[in-house]
Each structure stands twice: as C-alpha cells, then as structure tokens.
Design a protein around this ligand. Structure first.
Ligand SMILES: [Zn+2]
Length: 178
C-alpha cells in the first residue's frame, strides 16, 4: 500500500502532520529519519519517514515506528538494488557511516574515511566542487549524477580519479576526452 493508504489504515489525522517541503529530496527524508520524530500513529520513536501528498493538506511528513510500518508494508516502486545504491550514495555524500545488508552481498559497510576515489568539478578551469569516496561503484554513481546535475554549466569539466602511488590516475572525464 502507499503512504496515503497506510495513514488511513492507521487512523492518522492528516491535518495533525507537519508540513513537508513540496518537492522533498531523498537527502531531506534521510535527515528527518536520523532525528527519529515520534510515530505519526502511536508516538513511539519512528524508524521511517516519507511525504504524503494530500490535495486538502498539501505535502505532510508521515513518520512510522517499526510496528506501524510492519502493519502497513509499502509496495516498492524501485528495485531494491537501485534503492540501496541511492541510499549508499546519499550517505556517502553526507559522509555518514552506513551498513546495509542484502542476501546477495551480505553486510556492506561504508568506508567514509577512505579517500581513494576523487571526483572534481571545474568550470573554466576553476575548481567548484570535490568529492571523495572509498568505493568505486559509489564514485562512479556520483560521477554520472554530477554530469546530470552540473554538466550544463558553461565550461564544466568533471573528472574521476583514483589515488595511486605516484599521484592520481584518471578513470573517466567529461566531456569525453577532455
Ligand atoms: Zn507507531
């Protein structure tokens, strides 16, 4: 069921929920979940947060504790692997340690202190943004997402490098061959 249905099933009064940003990003939801606001249904510390879009009340935060969440399981709209990838990338952005578990790979622990992969955005030769990650898939995911977000800046150049004994080795750069 979706969040609107879950709120109805739990008997939550939508008017009592806190207003949420109109187009909340995953990072905002993640930040709210870190604060564990009281469950919208029962008041226990919540474990998951999301936004309800209600025509009468606008976007509102809907927070659920473990029990209330299990009583109203969501239908996953994205494959779990993609969700995990996004979660890891967001945690890496915020430099938060994260542990995830999948049946295929078992436990994976983020290594936020390892600065092996380096991403840099320059515009007209001037550095604008840096990122460092320990795992190559996270760095590559960020590389693509930076191209999507900032590739249209005038004179933008995005380079992904890997730390080597003698400095940094270029793994990819955008625009191609720059
Ligand atoms: Zn609850």
């Amino acid at each position: 069921m979706n969040r609107e249905e879950a709120a109805r099933k739990l008997g939550v009064d939508l008017a009592s929920l806190s207003p949420a940003p109109p187009a909340s990003r995953f990072a905002e939801t993640w930040a709210r979940m870190q604060q564990e606001p009281p469950c919208s249904a029962c008041g226990r510390p919540s474990r998951t947060s999301g936004v309800i879009h209600d025509p009468a009340h606008g976007p509102r935060w809907f927070d659920r504790c473990r029990e209330c969440f299990l009583a109203t399981p969501p239908t996953l709209r994205v494959p779990q692997a993609r969700f995990l990838e996004e979660l890891r990338a967001t945690a890496a952005d915020a430099r938060l340690p994260l542990r995830t578990y999948t049946d295929e790979d078992g436990w994976e622990v983020s290594d936020v202190d390892d600065e092996r992969f380096h991403l840099i955005l320059t515009a007209g030769g001037k550095p604008m943004m840096h990122g460092w990650w320990g795992k190559r898939p996270t760095a590559e995911h960020q590389y693509l997402s930076w191209i999507g977000s900032w590739g249209s800046i005038d004179g933008a150049r995005i380079v992904l490098t890997e730390r080597a004994d003698d400095g940094e080795r270029v793994l990819a750069s955008w625009p191609q061959g720059s």
